[in-house]
Design a protein around this ligand. Sequence first.
Ligand code: FAD
Length: 403
Amino acid sequence: MHFQPDPTLDSFRQEVRQFLRHHLPADLPWRKDGMRSPRADLVRWQRLLDAHGWGAPYWSQEHGGTGWSVAQRLVFDEECAAAGTPSLDGFAHKLVGPVINHFATPEQKAEHLPHIFQGTRLWCQGFSEPGSGSDLASLRTRAERVTGADGDHYVVNGQKIWTSYAHQADWIFLLVRTDPQAKKQAGISFLLADMKSPGITVRPIISIDGCHHLNETFFDNVRVPAANLVGTENEGWKLTKFLLNNEHATTADLPTLRRSLSQLHALAGSARAGGMALAERHEFLLRLARCEAELRAITVMVQRVAAMEQDHSAAAHAMGSILKVRGTELQQRMSEFLVETLGDHGAVAYPDPHARNAGRRALPMEDAARGVATEMFFRRATTIYGGTSEVQRSIIARSLFQF
Ligand SMILES: Cc1cc2nc3c(=O)[nH]c(=O)nc-3n(C[C@H](O)[C@H](O)[C@H](O)COP(=O)(O)OP(=O)(O)OC[C@H]3O[C@@H](n4cnc5c(N)ncnc54)[C@H](O)[C@@H]3O)c2cc1C
């Protein structure tokens, strides 16, 4: 397929850069580790964007968004990453927000959308359960509808797992089984619940990177107003497919790949191994060139996907999954390369502020190494969340060969 890069993208890039130069406060912490920003920074950044009319950079104008093309959104993300802005709440902007825009009632929109624009309500995603991840439709969390003196409610019982940032979230969007007799997908509904509801318990899971992103979320007779059902009861799978398509298509993460590449370039210029500058070592340069070539290929693929915005063919569908697999596998390879290049220094995963030498001036290699191993461990998860690589490969095969 041939595509023409959009000639107006350069001036759009200049516009974003100018905005960032003038509106990104110097005291908003520089984000260089690819992890989610603390809540206060995230809210502050969201408000600044909203004040400029950019509060929903990924949505159409019809839904109050900027109406940017996919290519413009990519430029926006790249420039924000390069400037080190705080992150946005991806669950709100890329997952539940579009579902609310397309399927929610006017009352639900009035209740939730203003909070997304203002950053005042953070979301988490309650889909996966123990034993129901790739095979999501086998989920068992039950919701029974009861009508009583206090109104029409669902009573939710069950457990979710791997709920990222549930410990910081104000609301959760979750899948529940409302008809246990129906065939798998048929009896599932899509609910929105306030995380402060009595009966919700969040228990932390510390991941291999030593950080707390993940949780188990338990529902014990949680009463969720029936008015919080999005779409039709037992037809939540339609919304789930819509949401998962968006989730799969958003994860090539070019800014992270570019950041890893520039870290490698910086090391090539400054580090030595076996008495030689890294920039003179053949093995290092060959490996760096491979990463660079792959990154260029992924960049072109991303541009192709952006140009296929209106294309709903099977091939276009497969492209999102191809990007997810190639992008996340390269993220893992580059973060491993960084750690290996740093040698012993690469093991500085969790700097200990109470260590005997705390406060001494770091050596140049240690500065380069800070957080690199932590990030490498975190990147192990990228080929799992948002649909595992194995499942993506099945989607690619089915889309392209139509079986
Ligand atoms: C860091 C992280 C954050 C996450 N955040 C969230 C979140 O916020 N909310 C949420 O709901 N979930 C979240 N998840 C869960 C994630 O969506 C699931 O882990 C993922 O869907 C895989 O499901 P599973 O863990 O049950 O593994 P399984 O589905 O049990 O898979 C185990 C292995 O079997 C393979 N496999 C399974 N089925 C097939 C098949 N049909 N063909 C070939 N191979 C197969 C898989 O590829 C994998 O290698 C997160 C996961 C991680 C790691």
